[in-house]
Ligand binder design. Sequence first.
Ligand SMILES: NCC[C@H](CC(=O)O)[C@@H](CN)CCC(=O)O
Ligand SMILES: [Zn+2]
Length: 330
Amino acid sequence: TQISSILQGGYNHPLLRSWQHERRLHKDMFIFPLFVTDDPEEETPIDSLPNIKRFGVNKLIPYVGTLVKKGLRAVILFGVPLKEGIKDPEGTAADDPEGPVILAIKALKKAYPDLYIMCDVCLCEYTSHGHCGILYEDGSINNKLSVRRIAAVAVNYAKAGANSVAPSDMMDGRIRAIKQGLIDAGLAHKTFVMSYAAKFSGNLYGPFRDAACSSPGQGDRKCYQLPSGGKGLARRALLRDMNEGTDGVIVKPSTFYLDIVRDSAEICSDYPICCYHVSGEYAMLHAAAEKGICDLKTIAFEAHHGFLRAGARLIISYFTPEFLDWLNEP
Ligand SMILES: NCC[C@H](CC(=O)O)[C@@H](CN)CCC(=O)O
Ligand SMILES: [Zn+2]
């Protein structure tokens, strides 16, 4: 055997195998999605998202406390208004000062001052039509009104104390509008804008839409989320959002889009890259483990190692609570 043929000497021991990881998972790269609803006492499991619940603000605080104790550093908030009759065509409820997101920002900041509070910014949970923007009569996206509304919501979340705003709407030009809004409000220096720059339309958001009651009333999101084959569009969107002032980028979904994560690590090499392990990808791993196809912990590590290998530095993951335990183990 040629001497150069011998590779196994480099990974024949568990410690060696961990030394071979260029980047390793650690707790402060995890961002945990929280679903906050408008009944303060609610604590409801979400059937399609194992181990994930929808919380009212009074139940959210003690739950998050158990995770902060284990080393949770960051959360991303999704408002789920369930009260009847508050959804309208403009998504007015999105930044209601008494709404679930703004109340949760304030309660979390008070209870856990060091916890990093990110807010997803979108209209789909608040619009009567269920789309992520405001529509023209013909049902197409009214970009001007959508961008103006999204920017206003983002600024109001920042005013309420959010450390970061992450617009997941995919409207053209919203990053510039958000950044300008933050500048005008004197908040740009302390608000991290993390754009969902490369976000693909597809079949991996079902469980989230169940949790957030945010499916589009009619039609789909294919005119504003990227087509799954749209590698060029993703590259252009990453460049565009950097030029518009984003401070970080999210690629979403993740497992099925690792080539886009790699592209983003090259194109946005000076920015933190975040992967979102979306609800469908998460639920699939649980379903496979339930069917005995794979071991849940092993497959979760394998998926998350893939995000790091592709170039991600941050991970939005529903597995965050488990990793806070798993990463304590040798
Ligand atoms: N703003 C859109 C929500 C969007 C998917 C969708 O419903 O189109 C994601 C949240 N940012 C869903 C995330 C997930 O599936 O986990
Ligand atoms: Zn949306």
